[in-house]
Design a protein around this ligand. Structure first.
Ligand code: FE2
Length: 279
């Protein structure tokens, strides 16, 4: 699937963009399914927001339970000062997570198959294990910022193995909040670890290396259908979406089963709901 040049690029830069990986029909299927999930979501069930700021304070039972469910989270700016939605529910959801890939048949089909297995193999994942899926809306006008982070913070393995599969479901541009990355930044240290103990979570600081700045960060614009793969230590960021156009994306976080998965990672699976690979 990947050629030597692509593999070398991933190793050098810490990321790789594969254009035209998913077809328009495959994208339309998951977009329609996401719309159905949001339509079925009873907003009275939870007003949980998703934010990457102050996570220790804002993570709740609903979030923790979503590890093995299909749950909707609101944009932080979705509500007015009276707690009412400022716009339609369908334009208020930040993301759906985190077990779509196992529980929803349309997302399961999108998230598995020989092509993805081959990409994972080519990137060095000997035994891929898909822990998490997220449908990210990055809504027009209110799509939240995702601060600089490394995904290994959330999926700690020894040695580091988590690899992110990021599918552009719409064109991701500078205007609607595309990813920003630091090429080569996967060779820097892991700054933080997100640790769960029972129902408590905390973020431990491991290393004080500063996050990338304007001099080293680059925007990663991607056409709909592109698959962006990136290394778990690659620092990445996305700006708020103040444009009139959404920026839908779907992500999978995948580790190598031949590494040691930390018992303190927030998502754990057991025999009743085993973690699976791409096949
Ligand atoms: Fe991330």
């Amino acid at each position: 699937m990947l050629n030597q040049e692509q593999i070398a690029q991933f190793q050098q830069d810490g990321y790789l963009v594969i254009a035209d990986f998913k077809s328009a029909a495959e994208i339309a299927a998951v977009r329609a399914q996401a719309a159905r999930i949001v339509d079925d979501f009873d907003a009275a069930e939870s007003n949980s927001i998703f934010t990457t700021k102050e996570q220790e304070k804002k993570i709740d039972r609903y979030f923790l339970d979503s590890a093995s469910k299909v749950s909707c989270f609101f944009e932080e700016e979705a509500f007015d000062e009276h707690g009412q939605l400022r716009q339609a529910k369908a334009l208020s959801i930040n993301k759906i997570g985190h077990a779509l890939h196992d529980l929803d048949p349309v997302f399961a089909a999108f998230s598995h198959g020989p092509q993805l297995a081959q990409v994972a193999h080519d990137l060095g994942l000997a035994q891929p294990q898909i822990w998490q899926s997220m449908y990210i809306f990055k809504q027009p006008g209110i799509g939240g910022e995702v601060r600089w982070h490394q995904d290994a913070t959330y999926f700690d393995t020894a040695p580091v193995s988590v690899t992110t599969f990021w599918f552009a479901l719409e064109d991701a541009t500078l205007d609607n909040g595309c990813l920003w990355v630091e090429p080569g930044g996967h060779r820097t240290a892991m700054r933080e670890r997100f640790v769960r103990e029972g129902d408590q979570v905390r973020v431990d600081t491991l290393d004080s290396t500063p996050w990338p700045g304007d001099a080293t960060a680059i925007p990663l614009e991607a056409k709909a259908g592109s698959l962006v793969c990136f290394h778990g230590l690659l620092p990445h960021y996305s700006a708020p979406n103040r444009s009139a156009i959404s920026r839908h994306a779907y992500t999978l976080h995948v580790t190598d089963g031949q590494t040691r998965y930390s018992a303190q990672n927030w998502i754990q699976r057991d025999a009743s709901f085993p973690v699976r690979g791409f096949i």
